[in-house]
Design a protein around this ligand. Structure first.
Ligand code: GLU
Length: 409
């Protein structure tokens, strides 16, 4: 039976790297009809940050990678850790000093395991390991002890965590051995790097899934992109839904190389997802639930057409507002004003009562050619924007009055 756990410490809001660990656990559990458990490792009382557990739960809920069963809080299991500490002392493995309990790792030992990322054997000599604390003087266990005790008691089959924990694994293996327990399999995920090839961190502007949500990223994009930070099922497909990823997920396809968080790619993928979901209007309503101007647009008669026209030009939901804002992006220069007047006269002469697409296009071409004015300029004069929803689409959605108003303003 596959049983995995996501074991965050609530010492701040997890950035995307931590949430990626949750996702890999989830994918592996679902793929193998196993269980995915959430265990809050809240034993370092000094480092607890208020609100981090709430944020964590909100992220999992929003992304739809919900754990099975109850949430385990290590701070509620202190008696258990004390009991196992005593066992280590009784066995002569641990000793007490200054109110804390330490484990001494015998120098002659070697600790090895085959890491399932890349199937590589990793070994550490006992001499590399300093004595380490298992129970602090405040009665709380350290990460090492609580982690091993719980992984054992919860019958965890595979431990997924970032490769920064590799150096702790020999200590854990020594604890398993000392208790006479079978260790789980280890899956140390390659650490995510920023564009500068340094470990992605808060200082890099590494953000949490909730920050990305606020910036108008879809949950589909976040899940999809996170999975590809360290995993690739082969083939050329870059857009995969959570269900598809579950079906394709294999440990052999986790890369040993460190993935780089590529902001441009992330944005591109969000655009792809924005164009593929079929409830974009609903997502926009949720996203702009406090923005009356945008809500008015979304509830207008032309909402469907507007969303459709905007869709292909959006990288984030945030882009929608600028696209549908009817106010010009900037004032026209005097020269532009002159061209606008000329263009308006020209169109008035050329076009009939209703501006038909082909006629409008032909007229713009002719004006552009005869006066040596770029389409870019014409676009700005008629839409008020440097880029955005096209002239023909605006003509369809709002009618010619909108374009005339821009030329006149
Ligand atoms: N509490 C550790 C963390 O915050 C868990 C590491 C592990 O999964 O063993 O990452």
């Amino acid at each position: 039976m596959v049983r995995v756990r996501y074991a965050p410490s609530p010492t701040g809001i997890q950035h995307i790297g931590g949430t990626r660990t949750a996702l890999f656990n989830y994918l592996f559990a679902k793929k193998n009809n196993g269980e995915f458990i959430l265990r809050i490792e809240d034993t370092d009382q000094k480092r607890l940050v208020k609100g981090s557990i709430e944020a964590l739960l909100e992220i999992l809920e929003w992304l739809g990678i919900k754990p099975t069963g109850e949430i385990i809080y290590q701070s509620q299991r202190l008696e258990l850790y004390k009991k196992y500490t005593k066992e280590l002392v009784d066995k002569g493995i641990a000793y007490e000093s200054q109110g804390a309990v330490f484990v001494k790792v015998p120098g002659e030992k070697t600790f090895s395991w085959t890491d399932l990322v890349g199937n590589k054997k990793i070994s550490f000599g006992g001499k590399t390991q300093e004595d380490f604390v298992v129970l602090k003087s405040d009665g709380f266990p350290t990460y090492h002890l609580a982690n091993v005790v719980d992984d054992h008691l919860m019958e965890i089959s595979h431990v997924f965590r970032g490769e920064e924990w590799i150096s702790s694994t020999p200590k854990h293996l020594y604890l398993y051995e000392s208790f006479g327990w079978e260790p789980p399999q280890f899956v140390h995920l390659p650490v995510i790097l920023g564009a500068d090839k340094k470990k992605l961190s808060k200082r890099h502007g590494a953000k949490s899934a909730l920050d990305y949500k606020k910036e108008g990223y879809l949950k589909e994009t976040i899940l999809n992109y996170m999975a590809f930070l360290g995993w690739n099922p082969g083939g050329k497909r870059e857009q995969l839904s959570l269900d598809e990823m579950v079906k394709l997920f294999k440990l052999e396809d986790i890369n040993t190389a460190n993935p780089i968080f590529d902001q441009a790619k992330f944005e591109w993928l969000n655009g792809v997802w924005i164009r593929s979901i079929n409830d974009l209007d609903k997502r926009l309503e949720e996203f702009y639930s406090n923005d009356k101007d945008v809500l008015d647009v979304l509830r207008s008669e032309k909402a469907k057409e507007i969303v459709n026209a905007a869709k292909s030009r959006m990288k984030t939901l945030l882009d929608f507002k600028a696209l549908v804002d009817k106010n010009p992006a900037r004032e026209k220069t005097d020269k532009e004003k002159e061209i606008a007047r000329k263009l308006l006269n020209f169109l008035n002469e050329k076009m009939g009562e209703k501006w038909k697409d082909e006629e409008l296009l032909a007229a713009m071409r002719q004006f552009s050619k005869e006066n040596d004015i770029s389409f870019k300029t014409i676009f700005f004069l008629m839409t008020g924007k440097e880029s955005g929803i096209g002239i023909l689409e605006l003509n369809q959605i709002y009618g010619k009055d909108h374009l005339i108003k821009n030329l006149q303003s």
